[in-house]
Write a protein that binds this ligand. Structure first.
Ligand code: PMP
Length: 361
């Protein structure tokens, strides 16, 4: 469109002007399944709805530090409340930490392909992005990442399970990696999908922190397993002085009282949430097994999504899902990420995937 091509009427930092603006995945029509944003397909829990209805003091600013929620999360992790930071989605904390740790001349490293927001973080912070290719099986190549560390590396992002490919980083590999990273380099362990992990070998952020790694911040979110994506609330756990820096670069008062109330209600409803997660992981494993049986080389799926490695054929494969009423997330030249959603969507995903096999060489 000409609008996108014409220059801005004011001077924009060139590295920002070069970035594509965030565009949300397609919204689903009434008869389509939205499997493009790794959301939770279940309706909010009744206790969450109730908590939202009772959050009435909207004429007042919220508690800026979300102190009640921080206290609850701190108790779970066995840390002090100032070792927990709550923000409007874990993506906010990613940006706060990037701004705090990696400026111009510094390097910000991540595996690629991984969460789409990572490259933009480096650009916004003015740092240099170092993208280290994933191994062929969709796992982090932590050896290559450790080898790529320089004295300018200030922030390393490790995503487990990796969005969009699905595999975890093992505890053993993460420990070995940390041993090779200088202690003054911040390592963020992005565990947005931690609650869906069923592989016991997976890294566990709580364990990493308990082992005393002071340069690690663990990120979790209420958007996925807890089903609160629309309320925007996530958290980080780590050294209080690192989180103070995130609090400094963050916009104050972004977490609404309603979001905090709903997160507290979700923590109270832990049993129901664990049961829902079990339903999703069962669907995930069934879907992944079905795709494997068809001959797809699907990487180990440990989040609430599966990855179809369609490579150059992605642009041909993706419309087939849409035609069948499934909104999925294609990454051109690479693959298609399909969230694990409603039970009724599973059979259609498998049917479309089977038909798409004929397109492959
Ligand atoms: N990290 C990863 C790996 C993600 O996939 C996402 C969401 N897609 C986020 C962080 C951000 O989640 P939120 O801001 O909703 O907490």
């Amino acid at each position: 469109m000409t609008e996108a091509l014409s220059p801005a009427p004011v001077r924009i930092r060139p590295e920002i002007a070069a970035l594509p603006p965030y565009r949300q995945g397609k919204q689903a029509g009434a008869d389509a399944f939205k499997l493009s944003s790794n959301e939770n397909p279940f309706d909010p829990l009744p206790s969450v709805v109730e908590a939202l209805q009772s959050a009435t003091a909207v004429n007042r600013y919220p508690d800026a530090s979300a102190s009640r929620l921080r206290a609850r999360l701190a108790a779970r992790f066995g840390v002090s409340a100032d070792a927990v930071h709550v923000a409007a989605g874990s993506v906010s904390i990613l940006q706060q930490l990037a701004l705090a740790a990696a400026g111009p001349g510094d390097e910000l490293m991540y595996a690629w392909r991984s969460f789409e927001a990572y490259p933009g973080l480096a650009a916004v912070a003015g740092a240099t992005a170092i993208a280290v290719p994933l191994a062929a099986d969709g796992t982090h190549d932590l050896d290559a990442m450790a080898a790529a560390v320089t004295d300018r590396t200030r922030l390393i992002l490790v995503c487990s399970p990796n969005n969009p490919t699905g595999p975890i980083v093992t505890q053993a590999d993460f420990d070995a990696f940390l041993a090779r990273v200088p202690g003054d380099c911040l390592v963020v362990l992005d565990e947005a999908y931690a609650e869906f992990v069923t592989d016991p070998a997976a890294v566990d952020g709580a364990r990493v922190l308990a082992a005393g790694h002071q340069n690690v911040v663990v990120l979790r979110t209420f958007s996925k397993a807890y089903g609160l994506a629309g309320l925007r609330i996530g958290y980080g756990v780590g050294h209080p002085r690192i989180l103070d820096a995130a609090r400094t670069t963050g916009i104050p008062l972004s977490v609404t009282a309603a979001a905090e109330q709903a997160a507290l209600a979700s923590l109270d409803a832990e049993d129901e949430l664990i049961a829902r997660v079990a339903v999703i992981t069962e669907r995930r494993d069934r879907l992944a097994a079905g795709l494997h049986a068809q001959g797809w080389n699907v990487p180990d799926a440990q989040g609430n999504f599966v990855w179809l490695p369609t490579g150059e054929l992605t642009v041909d494969v993706a419309p087939r899902f849409e035609d069948a009423g499934l909104i999925v997330r294609p990454f051109a030249g690479d693959g298609v990420r399909i969230s694990v959603g409603e039970e009724e969507s599973i059979a259609t995903v498998l049917e479309v995937a089977a038909s798409a096999l004929s397109l492959l060489p």
